[in-house]
Write a protein that binds this ligand. Sequence first.
Ligand code: NAP
Ligand code: MG
Length: 402
Amino acid sequence: MSKIQMKTPLVEMDGDEMTRVIWQQVKDILIKPYIDLKTEYYDLGLNNREKTKDQITLDSAEATKKYGVAVKCATITPNAARMPEYNLSEMWKSPNGTIRAALDGTVFRAPILVKGVTPYIPTWTKPITIARHAYGDVYKNTEMVVKGGSKAELLVTKPDGSQETSTIHEFKGDGIIQGLHNLDSSIGSFARACFNYGLDTKQDVWFSTKDTISKKYDHRFKDIFAEIFENEYKDKFEAAGIEYFYTLIDDAVARVIRSNGGYIWACKNYDGDVMSDMIATAYGSLAMMTSVLVSPDGVYEFEAAHGTVQRHYYKHLKGEETSTNSVATLYAWTGALRKRGELDNLPELMDFADKLEKAIIDTIESGIMTGDLYLISKLENKKKVNTTEFLEAVNETLKKAM
Ligand code: NAP
Ligand code: MG
């Protein structure tokens, strides 16, 4: 069998710990035997980020803008404990944060459903996709601790030099304040990314904020979404038979719980951070989530939603057997290959991505799975396998499909 050819390279961002181990095995066992793989390789492992003073992360983001599609392995975001462990000269920033800021994107996360794993909300028969705005708000905040007797004000100096102030609070006792911002341009990109994704995947788009309380800040989000929808998307949505609707976040939460899934829930940055973990857990496992960052100019970065699975890696280093779930990492690869195939008009590459995803699901539904799923699967013939055995079992299924 001849290997599938590629035209444009994928931007490949390698990472850390257990997911780095899995990364190599995924390529060796499931990608390279079938595809003449073309990538531009960026090692975002923490050692190399230290060595390059994090320049490698910025370079990989630039390469993503140039080529249009990236696939990223999970990476360590250093904390105090990592400083001596990796002999770091600086506590380097989260690579995901750096890449998101460079691409100004929206992160879409959706659960991967398999038979045998019932969501904690059993009526959720279809996936719920969370679209998280990846710019601003509390992630770019300015905070202060304030002494009693202080008066805190918002002060804006306008381009003409004039100033506008507004009192936040006159503090009798000690307290705290926080300043947040967002940009009309970024909110507009967020709205367009959500509407485009809705059209791409033929799903309704829901958007929720707290605009009844935040009458200017959250209201601005609501207005920008409404305006862009009216002017640019209303007809397209009608033609596709899908809907956009806005509701207060409290109401959205209640509706989500009562729903059957099958829509995109657009969330502000913080809401999306929290709700995506809630959704992932409710569907069963963080390792069964797809995650893709989509920029307003149509650049895609596919990744796993979970971390580097440190606990399993330390077992692996001690020579102990691990049973780490590689599904989210595999879906990062299939997502990237399919998108590359779409952009380069390579139906064979898109078809391979479909077949590999089907082989993954079929393997798990045949009863072969890693420890995390073994704990929650209701299949009677279920069997727990180790990290490598799972990938090999997927390959056996895939061989039959090719
Ligand atoms: P984690 O990697 O998400 O793992 C936490 C726990 O969740 C694991 O110990 C494991 O539970 C379970 N788990 C997560 N992924 C799994 C998988 N694929 N298969 C099986 N079980 C899985 O979080 P962490 O270990 O606390 O964080 C490690 C590093 O990841 C941190 O340095 C953090 O900065 C980084 N991180 C990176 C990203 C990213 O790059 N996207 C995201 C989050 C965190 P059991 O131990 O019970 O088996
Ligand atoms: Mg989070």
